[in-house]
Design a protein around this ligand. Structure first.
Ligand code: PEP
Ligand code: MG
Length: 571
């Protein structure tokens, strides 16, 4: 038995054997061959296995995530069957007498370069399809495993160095019981997705991938943040008991599912959920969410091989709004960049992607991407209680420019007779210190604020949210963060606006008393944190906490803040 410590990213306990997701080693040697027929046979059989796999993944994706996500695999199947691609590979084997790997690589590279250089965006996107498909065929030629989370069909715990958000989106909850990674933090997007999928997860173990072998059994304890490798029978019993106790606690929490959220002294706040796809809404409602406080629309873009059309987006937004009924739904416009890459958008490779050309900066420069999203949102507004917010706002000009485009598209739609709600609130994420500092000026123009502490902390402390080496500086309870949060809430209230928080801090049990003390109106968190938060708030006295506000704000270190917060909890 070996125990690894990491960061508890998604609560619950999982016990199963490991399944390692890693990029296959596709290195090969170019060789001369004297039997082209045999090489072509090898190629044909690699193509056939790839075809069968893609059919399976497509069927799975269609069932789990719907047609729009499955389309990418239809495109892959078309590439795989395209004689314009396959015949030149066979010709190369025959004419140049080279092995199938070399022929495949040379022809694929030639097509990829050719498509990439084209003016037409649709054609450029085909380069990514050819790349993905030929990687799969190559892995079969080389007989190395090409891991596919969507093909997992037995109970496993997925381990990986890191999981991309799109890997995470493919995990099938029926079979994937948990996951553990070497790197990542609580606010990395794979951790956030694990919480929406309600899969126990531990991230940042540093060495899980090197510490386990195929078929090892492991326990992922997403409550404590530990992983046990090859546990003894006795340890399994201990963890099974812990699993049962957690299930019982969940039953207790569930009693508050349909209740509003009140503090002990009768003050009401709103508990909303963060979602990434329309499928997450079910979890929001099952966990007693009073609204959606953050819909991260970028996952709609990431699950595709090309820009989702205005209609595809409209259907997704409408689905969320309809399922949520009259409950508020705050949709954030595309927040691409940072750790959220979208291959077909052809964004520049940057030294500091978290400080680079991303989110609203990218959208304002790429109206062909931004306007269809705004139109889709406006059209969907007729189906529920929509609020729109812009991410990564650093200046008032950015907000004004984004809002002007929104108003322009509203006019365009109305002129065409399309119904658009007249009550859409338009707000911003506060995740850049400049905006938190001049929140007073912003409050005159926006309808609401939603504080994105995941980024606000990293930008205020100059500590990358993905880097464990500086994670000691990533301090949600640092007095600088509290003062910025307070500034935003006070500015909103002075103008009669509301302030919410959709960063992970909003669901953190140590932060909740602080945020109540500061007067936060809306707390938006992973759906599974809602019921524990509601239970906690029921035991806290908001007026007593508010009396401590100045004391909290005048403390000097995060440690002092935590000590005072814990005193209020244990009181
Ligand atoms: C944030 O920065 O706090 C936030 C909610 O946005 P994201 O985690 O998607 O960057
Ligand atoms: Mg952010």
């Amino acid at each position: 038995m070996k125990k690894l410590n990491g960061i508890a990213a998604s609560s619950g306990i999982a016990i199963a054997k490991v399944y390692e997701l890693k990029d296959p080693d596709l290195n090969f040697e170019k060789t001369s061959i004297d039997n082209p027929g045999q090489e072509i046979e090898r190629l044909e059989s690699a193509l056939e296995v790839s075809r069968q796999e893609l059919e399976k993944i497509k069927a799975h994706t269609l069932k789990e995530l719907g047609e729009e996500h499955a389309e990418i695999f239809s495109a892959h199947l078309l590439v795989l069957g395209d004689p314009e691609l396959i015949n030149p590979i066979k010709d190369k084997i025959n004419d140049d007498k080279v092995n199938a790997e070399a022929a495949l690589d040379e022809v694929a590279t030639m097509f990829i370069e050719m498509f990439k250089a084209m003016d037409n965006e649709y054609m450029r996107e085909r380069a990514a399809d050819i790349h993905d498909v030929t990687k799969r065929v190559m892995s079969h030629l080389l007989q190395v495993t090409f891991p596919d989370p969507a093909l997992i069909d037995e109970q496993v715990i997925v381990i990986a160095r890191d999981l991309t958000p799109s890997d995470t989106a493919q995990l099938n909850r029926e079979f994937v019981k948990g996951f553990a990674t070497d790197i990542g933090g609580r606010t990395s997007h794979s951790a956030i997705m694990a919480r929406s999928l309600e899969i126990p997860a531990v991230v940042g173990t540093k060495e899980i991938t090197g510490a386990v072998k195929k078929d090892d059994q492991i326990i992922v304890d997403g409550i404590e943040g530990t992983v046990i490798i090859n546990p003894t029978e006795e340890e399994i019993k201990v963890y099974e008991a812990k699993q049962a106790a957690f299930a019982k606690q969940q039953e207790e929490w569930a009693k508050l599912k349909d209740e509003p959220t009140f503090s002990a002294d009768g003050e009401q706040v709103e508990l909303a959920a963060n979602i990434g796809t329309p499928n997450d809404v079910e979890g929001v409602l099952n966990n007693g969410g009073e609204g959606v406080g953050l819909y991260r629309t970028e996952f709609l873009y990431m699950g595709n091989s090309e820009l989702p059309s205005e209609d595809v987006q409209f259907e997704a937004y409408k689905a969320v709004l309809e399922k949520m009924g009259d409950k508020p739904v705050v949709v954030r416009t595309l927040d691409v960049g940072g750790d959220k890459e979208i291959s077909y958008l052809d964004m520049p490779h940057e030294m500091n992607p978290f400080l680079g050309f991303r989110a609203i900066r990218f959208c304002l420069e790429n109206e062909h991407v931004f306007r269809p999203q705004l139109r889709a949102l406006l059209r969907a507004s007729a189906y529920g209680n929509l609020k729109i917010m812009f991410p990564m706002i650093a200046t008032l000009e950015e907000f004004r420019q984004a809002k002007a485009l929104l108003l322009e598209e509203t006019d365009n739609l109305k002129k065409d007779g399309v119904k658009v709600s007249d009550n859409i609130e338009v707000g911003i994420m506060v995740e850049i210190p400049s905006t938190a500092v001049i929140a007073k000026q912003f409050a005159k123009e926006v309808d609401f604020f939603s504080i994105g502490t995941n980024d606000l902390i990293q930008y205020t402390m100059a500590a990358d949210r993905m880097n464990e080496q500086v994670s000691y500086l990533y301090q949600p309870y640092h007095p600088a963060i509290l003062n910025l949060v307070n500034n935003v809430i006070e500015a909103a209230h002075a103008e009669g606006k509301w302030a919410g928080m959709c960063g992970e801090m909003a669901g953190d049990s140590t932060a909740i008393p602080l945020l109540l003390a500061l007067g936060l109106d809306e707390f938006s968190m992973s759906a599974t944190s809602i019921l524990p938060a509601r239970t906690q708030i029921l035991s806290l006295n908001k007026k007593e906490l508010a009396a401590l506000k100045d004391e909290f704000l005048s403390l000097s270190t995060a440690e002092e803040v935590v000590a005072l917060a814990e005193k209020t909890i244990n009181k």
